[in-house]
Design a protein around this ligand. Sequence first.
Ligand code: GLU
Length: 474
Amino acid sequence: MTLPPDKEVSFKDSVNLSFDLARATLDIPEGMAQYIRNVKDVYQVRFPIKIDGEIETFIGWRAVHSDHKLPVKGGIRFSPMVNQDEVEALSALMTYKCALVDVPFGGSKGGLLIDPQKYDRDTMERITRRFAFELIQKDYISSSTNVPAPDMGTGQREMAWIVSTYASYKPDDIDRLACVTGKPVSMGGIDGRVEATGRGVVFGLREFFRHPDDVKRAKLEGTLEGKRVIIQGLGNVGYYTAKILEEEDGAKIVGILEYDGALMNPDGLNVEEVYQHKIANGGVKGYPRATYVEDSMSMLEEECDILIPAAMEGVIHQGNASRIKTKLVAEAANGPVTFAAEVIMREKGIANIPDVYLNAGGVIVSYFEWIKNLSHIRFGRINRRWEEGKNEMLLQAIEGAGHQVPKDLAARILQGSGEIDLVRSGLDDSMRKAWQEIRQRFWSHDNIESYRIAAMSIAIEKVCTSYNTMGVYP
Ligand code: GLU
């Protein structure tokens, strides 16, 4: 079924249209499908904060899309554009994302309508703590039922304030550190959470390139090496995605889009240098080793092999989709391609790796962080030196049998696994397994037209199985 791309709909409707297409490929009772599709509950709160002697009122939301598994999970977004529709759409994506990659959480999302640039650090701390308090009071933050994380406009700093607020209200919750993920490591965070979404995007792309049928469908060949990549947004997700692709996979980052303009260099940009320039100057303008284009969004339409929207929703829409010239869109952000745009691009033969899969790295590593908090011990603490002892014995046995192991290989064999190694390994495994399921579903069903619908149908099926198993029948 292909819906005509004649009308742009809201973000939430866009997600729901994909749901409807995916659900049509499954044998699920209508009542159950409706229950899964819609947001379970959403809390809206207003609270006052005194800033420079004046009272300012803030408005925020936390939506729970599905609690078929607890806790529910999903970031908190601070943005001057956030609204209830967006928070609900994002909470639905969290449900499908977690189900797809076998992370045992329901879906949730929060948002605070605020421009974080407008306030100093102390004021941001007061606002964040108050918002957290409002959510804690109504059980929208809790280590066992609802666990937020960073999203656009929030990061480790905000998560630290949230966990400290929670700990002061619930000191008797022995698992209090697990009330939020994405914390600084010094406050119960986990190594590798900051890079997780970007690294997950790269793991997803690597797995895509391991399957010749998928690569051919995107009219590409070979590996990531030398592929021309344009990336939109050098925030947390975009930065790590671009940096890892450049430094570890040999891809050429030929374009970077930021809010103040875009940079282009057909020989490849040095991501770290551009990032440092952005930090020092507040934008990419003035970076010397590239052509600067003021109309940032026009760069989305440049020719390349892989286009990675890594900033926000709705950037590829009905208005520009027909001019997109990439071969593969890799959705690192949530909802960057509207439903209508995807239909247009599919007709042009552009392949799309959907957000619901590709940016799941963040929540996968959040899951590891939550487990770490519940077990009250760092991964690798118990087994690392034991492993190293075993490895040493193995090496001695090999060398004792007369085989000389090269020094650098020996050093690698000797090394036991630390937290970062285990986190990356778990993330890689989750991304590989999920892609294999998606492509299997896609290639074996004639009525599934895109990887997104394949991914969504798997997710819906898993949520449905949970409800059926726990005894909720339509
Ligand atoms: N905000 C991230 C996302 O959209 C991470 C959510 C989480 O870790 O709970 O996937």
